[in-house]
Design a protein around this ligand. Structure first.
Ligand code: ZN
Ligand code: MN
Length: 127
C-alpha cells in the first residue's frame, strides 16, 4: 500500500524555492538554494524529495531527454518554450487547448488524459 506523503519541513522549503522562481531549475540549482535555509541537507535528499513532491502532484518534472530534468512549481498543464541556444525554459502566454485531447482521441480508439506540448526556437536574447 502506498504510504501517505506528508508535507515535511524539507519538502516545504523545496516547494517554496520552486514556487518563487520562474526559471524551471535543475535539481542542482534547487539544492544550492535550499542549502541556504537547510545547510545540512544533501543533494540525494533533495532528489528524493523532488520525486515525492512530484508524486504528490505539487510540482512537475520536465524531462528533456539528453539534458538534466527541470522542475516546475506550477503543476497545472501549461506550455513551455525551450531556447535551442541557451536552454532557457519559458512559460508561454498561450491557453492550453483542451480540445486537443478530444481530437487525439477521435478515430484512434484511445482515452487521452492529458497532453504535453513543447515549443523550440530562440529566445529574445539569442535571436
Ligand atoms: Zn536563449
Ligand atoms: Mn512552467
Amino acid at each position: 500500500m502506498a504510504e501517505k506523503k506528508r508535507m515535511t519541513k524539507q519538502r516545504k522549503v523545496i516547494l517554496e524555492v520552486l514556487k518563487n522562481t520562474k526559471c524551471h531549475p535543475t535539481a542542482d540549482w534547487i539544492y544550492d538554494q535550499v542549502r541556504q535555509k537547510l545547510p545540512n541537507i544533501s543533494l540525494g535528499t533533495v532528489y528524493r524529495n523532488l520525486k515525492v513532491l512530484k508524486e504528490m502532484g505539487e510540482i512537475m518534472e520536465l524531462d528533456y531527454g539528453s539534458t538534466y530534468s527541470r522542475f516546475d512549481g506550477n503543476p497545472e498543464n501549461h506550455y513551455h518554450f525551450v531556447c535551442n541556444s541557451c536552454d532557457e525554459v519559458i512559460d508561454l502566454d498561450l491557453p492550453v487547448e483542451d480540445n486537443l485531447n478530444e481530437r487525439a482521441q477521435e478515430k484512434n480508439n484511445i482515452k487521452v488524459v492529458n497532453h504535453r506540448l513543447e515549443f523550440y526556437g530562440f529566445c529574445e536574447k539569442c535571436s
